[in-house]
Design a protein around this ligand. Structure first.
Ligand code: EPZ
Length: 417
């Protein structure tokens, strides 16, 4: 099993170019099923979850070619409508294939997505919305069996602005007669990127980025070419890395307004951050001070996907920083691992109180989930001595060769098989 070995204490310097966004390329790959044509996607990150999504597309009958950062999906032939359990298990977010498979095939069979490291991952919002659009859904021995009836567009009100549910409704609504409006839609930037892709296929989708999205189904489709947006969570992660290690780092190809809440917290902690165009430069020379309370919220609030990385920074800030995790039930599994490095964190339900200590100490720790693993790498960069991070397959799901990125900034970071 691979491990990441990081010896802390070296300030970071230099610049790093951000890869394409995992949480944008995954729904867009699923959406390539809809136009039954050729889709050329640029700036695709080389991640395990992307490989899993490609396996699903090939299982369904698509021809997929990956050349560097470009993935070409020819969805002219789709011969099946099921996603097998093995592939569902590989990637929890494969539920995003439900809408496009129904839109293309009129039916879909998915194995119930298991929970994941973040706790139960219910899909009730996805299923109830699809039923309102005319899909009949049965649970047959652990499989979700969907059959499209008379698919008619209508208003769908989401009780929670779920990212995945918003995306699934957008994709299923394309096959509906008439108009669908998603009210209380998720506003994440990745949904805007999906809308841009869908417009290029000829679909009528408008309003993404706001809380009301309108889709008019039944349009003609075209082949597409699209460049996936940069990964805002990866950008925020490397800003946190520089904050924890100290130094002078520029993050390139980053939409700073997509991570404004993270930049704001780091600035309040004492980091010197300057934005110019699509570059964000962070300079940290002294120990940061504690930050105002961090409450994770749906976009444009503080992103839950950056909670653990900022917590790693707070572990050595002067004073107390309070975190409240409002999005996922179980997103503090990294705190126990940070405590192994000497962090002082008290968790009670959704609240974690971090008392900053002078310095963390290197230790052998285990990645518990994707962003929790990233937090351990962030913490290790500022820690005294060597940290060994095990189970780094979690990190590989969302970061392309993290050790190389960190080493390119001067960190002593290596991967050992
Ligand atoms: C997407 O997950 C992202 N994943 C997550 O990123 C991100 O943390 C999350 O959105 C929130 O921003 C991808 O885009 C692939 P949700 P998703 O539906 O769609 C509950 C990462 O680290 N819920 O907005 O699964 C759910 O349990 C990953 O890159 C229901 O109750 O998130 C959670 O508590 C982690 N019923 C909350 O809503 C439903 O039907 C947010 O879920 C759906 C969701």
């Amino acid at each position: 099993m691979s491990i990441l070995k990081i010896t802390g204490g070296k300030p970071l310097s230099g610049s790093i170019r951000i890869n394409g966004a995992k949480n944008s390329v995954l729904p867009i790959l699923a959406a390539t099923l809809i136009n039954g044509g050729v889709n050329v996607l640029h700036n695709c990150p080389d991640l395990k979850d992307v490989t899993s999504a490609i396996k699903i597309l090939e299982h369904l009958g698509c021809k997929v070619k990956r050349e560097g950062k470009t993935i070409t999906v020819d969805s002219s032939v789709v011969s099946r409508c099921d996603v097998p359990d093995s592939l569902m298990r590989e990637m929890r977010s494969s539920v995003i294939f439900l809408g496009p498979i129904i839109a293309r095939c009129g039916c879909a069979v998915l194995h119930t997505p298991g929970g994941c490291e973040l706790g139960p991952r219910p899909i009730d919002l996805h299923l109830s919305a699809l039923e309102k659009l005319g899909v009949s859904i049965e649970n047959e021995g652990g499989n979700i069996v969907c059959k499209a009836g008379d698919m008619k567009g209508r208003d769908i009100i989401l009780s929670f602005p779920s990212v995945g549910a918003t995306e699934n409704i957008m994709l299923a609504a394309i096959a509906c007669r008439g108009a669908t409006r998603i009210i209380n839609a998720a506003r994440e930037p990745e949904i805007e990127d999906l809308q841009q892709f869908l417009k290029k296929t000829g679909a009528s989708v408008n309003g993404a980025g706001g809380s009301e999205i309108s889709i008019i189904g039944g349009r003609a489709y075209f082949d597409t070419e699209h460049r996936v947006m940069p990964d805002r969570i990866e950008a925020a992660t490397y800003l946190c890395a520089a904050a924890a290690a100290g130094g002078d780092v520029t993050v390139e190809d980053c939409e700073s307004e997509h991570i404004g809440t993270v930049i704001e917290r780091l600035t309040e902690g004492g980091a010197d951050i300057k934005v110019s165009g699509r570059s964000v430069r962070i300079k940290v020379s002294d120990r940061l001070k504690s930050m105002p309370p961090v409450r994770t919220m749906p976009y444009p609030g503080f992103p839950t996907d950056c909670q653990s990385q900022l917590m790693a920074v707070a572990c050595t800030a002067k004073g107390t920083t309070v975190f409240t995790e409002n999005i996922f039930e179980n997103r503090y599994r990294h705190t126990g691992q940070l405590e192994r490095m000497g962090a002082d964190i008290k968790v009670s339900g959704r609240v974690a109180v971090v008392e900053g200590v002078e310095r963390l100490k290197g230790a052998v720790v285990t990645a518990t989930d994707l962003r929790g693993g990233a937090a351990l790498a962030v913490a290790a960069l500022g820690a005294e001595g060597c940290t060994v991070i095990e189970d780094i397959y979690h990190i590989d799901r969302g970061y392309e060769k993290m050790e190389q990125s960190l080493a390119s900034l001067g960190a002593d970071a290596v991967r050992e098989e």
